[in-house]
Design a protein around this ligand. Structure first.
Ligand SMILES: [Ca+2]
Ligand SMILES: [Ca+2]
Ligand SMILES: [Ca+2]
Length: 438
């Protein structure tokens, strides 16, 4: 049998196994439950169908009035050292009334609505026009397109006063307390309390046409006790505001917040919304790192093939003095069909994945790290496994391997089958034997 030249790299199974790791991609901040930075293009296109961000279930859906769409606005808003990216959401022109909304994932809804928990959201906001009405809501339903009340599908052409469809929600608006007046420009607290008519409480802060970081703190009280909404105009990212520093609050309404699954906006004009974040602490929604959190790296992305076990290789570093002593681990997969962990609660389990029909199929594995008994969301990081049908296809996908020209049938091995193929053509002569007209 012929000897191979030593410089050639033959893609045997062992070599493929050694070549499977590629650089891991950066993952989003794990402590944020919901994040929308509007990393969308093209600029000035309708927002409908855009489906990025974290913690949502489904894309943006908006309405059009007098040809005025909710669109992708560039540049995005920025404020101090708040992490920003991409563009923003606004509306072309000022005619009519329109709404935009997006549904939260069920996991986000559950994470953000527990009794006896505190949740926060933050929004970069700017109302560049003289007439300012816009509204932002975390609740059970989108806005009507005719006013800052929640109406069911098919009710969008009604004028005030509105026929109610029961809804609940907390948020803010520049609309006046009667729900229809030209807003005075202050950031007002907004609530829907099983009624169509909004509860609007006038606030003390008028942002004018400047960009503001509006932050809300919501205390979900035990069932039957009034829940609490506090709104803040944040000027210092480094210090969590006290409830007494709120620009406006609503603390006398009882909600069943468990159905809050919608982030909704409404406008007659062209206010700008950007960098929407929901989380469990002020630091989470303002991008200020909690120095106590461990660093979590799920490991490098991997290329492999169907059914081949992969031993995961995460890295978790505890900060000294942080009080994190009894770590818990939880691995999850998306999609999860065909994924088998040796132990999903182990630090570094082995995972075996039966590939789907996608080519390649990519499975995202997320490692969630928490401390025993800690109630805040875990610190998470994700890595991906890219799967091919077999080790040969995986070897070709790695791309760094020089495929051997003697592997005539391209199955990643040179053997007698290749020799047989060559033998069929042995001493064949392909030279021209005379001129050929073109
Ligand atoms: Ca942005
Ligand atoms: Ca409640
Ligand atoms: Ca071969």
């Amino acid at each position: 049998m012929n000897k191979r030249k030593p410089t050639k790299i033959v893609p045997t199974l062992a070599v493929v196994a050694m070549a499977i790791a590629v650089l891991a991609t950066a993952s989003a901040d794990a402590r944020i439950v919901v994040e929308e930075q509007f990393i969308y293009e093209p600029v000035e296109a309708n927002i409908d169908g855009q489906n990025g961000g974290i913690g949502f279930d489904g894309p943006w859906v908006s309405s059009v009035s007098h040809g005025r769409i909710y669109w992708i606005r560039s540049p995005g808003l920025s404020f101090s050292t708040l992490p920003v990216a991409g563009n923003a959401l606004s509306r072309y022109g000022s005619a009519g009334r329109a709404q935009a909304h997006r549904l939260l994932s069920d996991a986000s809804r559950v994470s953000l609505t527990g009794d006896n928990t505190t949740v926060w959201f933050s929004v970069l906001f700017q109302a560049p026009s003289a007439h300012r009405y816009a509204a932002f809501l975390f609740g059970t339903y989108k806005f009507s397109t005719q006013g800052s009340v929640m109406l069911g599908d098919g009710d969008e052409d009604r004028n005030p006063p509105y026929t109610p469809v029961d809804g609940q929600g907390f948020g803010f608006t520049l609309t006046g307390a009667d729900g229809t007046s030209d807003g005075g420009g202050t950031i007002n607290a907004l609530a829907f309390n099983n009624s169509s008519a909004p509860t609007v409480v006038a606030g003390a802060f008028n942002p004018g046409t400047e960009t503001s970081l509006i932050v809300a703190k919501i205390n979900w009280k035990p069932d039957g006790a009034p829940d609490e909404l506090f709104l803040f105009n944040i000027t210092d990212l480094a210090s969590e505001p006290s409830e007494a520093a709120a620009i406006v609050s609503i603390t006398n309404l009882v909600f069943n917040q468990s159905a809050f699954n919608t982030v909704a906006m409404w406008d007659t004009n062209n206010a700008i919304f950007d960098e929407i974040r929901f989380g469990h602490t002020f630091a989470d929604v303002t991008g200020v790192l909690d120095p106590n959190l461990p660093s979590v790296d799920a490991g490098r992305d991997v290329i492999t093939w169907s059914g081949e076990p992969v031993t995961l290789d995460p890295n978790v570093v505890i900060k000294q003095g942080s009080g994190w002593t009894d770590l818990t681990y939880a691995w999850s997969a998306e999609p999860s069909d065909g994924v088998e962990f040796s132990d999903p609660d182990a630090f570094a389990p082995t995972v075996t994945i039966a590939k789907s029909t996608d080519n390649p199929s990519v499975v995202t594995l997320t490692l969630a790290v928490n401390n025993e008994g800690r109630t805040e969301p875990p610190v998470t990081d994700a890595m991906t496994i890219e799967l091919y049908d077999d080790s040969c296809l995986a070897a070709k996908a790695v791309g760094s391997l020089e495929l051997d020209p003697t592997d005539i049938d391209g199955n990643c091995n040179t053997d007698f089958k290749d020799f047989a193929l060559m033998d069929v053509r042995w001493l064949d002569d392909y030279v021209l034997i005379g001129p050929i007209p073109e």
